[in-house]
Design a protein around this ligand. Structure first.
Ligand SMILES: N[C@@H](CCC(=O)N[C@@H](CS)C(=O)NCC(=O)O)C(=O)O
Length: 248
């Protein structure tokens, strides 16, 4: 990655120079990918709760259409201008980090395809953060029996064909953080699910290690809240949205 100083990511389009504000809930789900990208890029941002951003509870924010689609996360890129939808937020964040987004449109489309293919592993979000009891067990079994193996096989093949360790070869692209997030959720649910196998070889373990060793990522992973009591009463410990609160 080219620039390693901590960057105040002005939203280039509107010239605002305040740190980005990532607004989300205390779960390890749809804000995690933008967060990983910003941490890797050393882009200045703050994690804020709904109450901190809007000075109102979620119910009111949603009812009064204070966020574009009645959903979180949203990213305040300056002066209250909001970007919604995880994919759009992640893509925007990636444009702030040298090297994560190819400059040509075909390369960009290929990264987008990887991102959206990894979205097909998004069942890991509710499984890790929300589901409980029988519902958890049933959906977990369905996911690991029907969805996970074929999707993992595709990614293993793609990584191996690229020469690895990332999905497009030697350096990471923005979709790698999406894939990493869902695979690390999967490994929380089913330890060993990424282990080397005759089908997949060691592409996935190498991929995970390569992301974890990226500058900025290891420190963030050590610092972020842990998910506890998965499948029973899942929650983050400490129960904060993001990890910046832990610093001060
Ligand atoms: N397609 C959206 C999905 C966002 C989404 O489902 N957000 C959930 C939290 S993870 C939400 O806002 N739930 C609260 C609600 O709908 O009231 C994205 O990718 O950002």
């Amino acid at each position: 990655m080219a620039s390693m100083g901590r960057v105040i990511a002005a939203a280039a389009s509107n010239g605002v120079t305040s740190p980005l504000r990532l607004v989300y809930l205390a779960v390890r789900a749809r804000a995690e990918v933008p967060r990983l990208i910003l941490e890797y890029g050393k882009v200045e941002y703050v994690d804020v709760s709904v109450q901190q951003q809007f000075e109102a509870p979620w119910g009111k924010v949603k009812r009064q259409n204070m966020v574009p689609f009645g959903q979180l996360p949203v990213l305040d890129v300056g002066g209250g201008e909001l970007i919604a939808q995880e994919a759009a937020i992640a893509r925007y964040c990636a444009t702030l980090v040298p090297g994560l987004m190819p400059s040509d449109s075909i390369g960009q489309a290929k990264c987008d395809a990887l991102f959206h293919a990894a979205e097909e592993l998004a069942e890991t979000n509710p499984l890790v953060n929300a589901l409980r009891g029988e519902d958890f067990e049933r959906r977990k079994k369905e996911f690991f029996d029907k969805e996970f193996p074929r999707r993992l096989a595709n990614f293993s093949r793609i990584i191996a064909a690229s020469g690895g360790p990332f999905t497009r070869g030697k350096s990471p692209n923005y979709a790698d953080f999406k894939l990493y997030h869902h695979l690390s959720n999967a490994a929380l649910l089913e330890p060993g699910c990424l282990s080397p196998s005759p089908d997949a070889g060691d592409a996935m373990t190498d991929f995970m290690a390569a992301v974890e060793n990226l500058d900025g990522i290891a420190a963030y992973l050590n610092r972020r809240p842990q998910v506890v009591d998965v499948g029973k009463r899942p929650k983050l410990e400490p129960n904060v949205c993001g990890s910046r609160y832990l610093e001060g």
